[in-house]
Design a protein around this ligand. Structure first.
Ligand SMILES: [Zn+2]
Length: 180
């Protein structure tokens, strides 16, 4: 199956720190045992922008990302700074479409300023990688985990994200190995 292995493709959306994107790409590859490409940045699509909410509609963003797939087996993760929403939620940190194999993670809510707190660089990357691994996990057919320490734990609050580890629990790891 070696040649048929899907590849993970990281797409920076809008103005995103390339150092962060680079580091993320380097660290997620080994987690999923996949090679990772970083695409040239893409502008935030205007058609996803909701002027009234001043937010970006995550579903439209994912549709846009899907169009950059070179083949159907590529697994896409977009990274952006903008505030995202879906109609049922005030805002979302991340979102994915398991059928399309696309996901997006926003740094907007990950940053401490969102909570009126001073910026803390040390918190940004761990939160970003946990969210990214969680979303990619869905694209590798994992369902949310109930173990609060597992990276695949469904985190409703930033606190949940801070409290979980960057690792999969044994159950998720076994499921994932099945997917490899
Ligand atoms: Zn788990």
């Amino acid at each position: 199956m070696g040649l048929l292995k899907s590849k993970i493709v990281v797409i920076p959306l809008g103005e995103v720190d390339f150092m962060i994107v680079n580091r993320l790409a380097a660290e997620i590859g080994p987690v999923f045992n996949r090679s990772v490409d970083i695409l040239k940045g893409m502008k935030m699509p205007v058609e996803a922008h909701n002027i009234i909410r001043n937010q970006y509609y995550a579903t439209v963003l994912l549709q846009k990302l899907e169009r950059s797939k070179a083949n159907s087996r590529e697994i896409i993760i977009g990274i952006c700074e903008e505030d995202l929403y879906i109609p049922d939620e005030r805002n979302v940190i991340s979102y994915c479409d398991t059928l399309a194999g696309t996901s997006v993670v926003s740094l907007f809510e990950i940053r401490q300023e969102f909570y009126g707190l001073p910026e803390d660089d040390k918190k940004i990357f761990p939160r970003l990688i946990k969210e990214s691994i969680h979303q990619l996990g869905h694209l590798f057919d994992l369902t949310d985990c109930r173990n609060p320490k597992c990276v695949n734990y469904y985190s409703q609050m930033m606190n949940d994200i801070d409290n979980k580890t960057e690792k999969f629990c044994d159950i998720c790891k076994r499921q994932l190995t099945g997917a490899f």
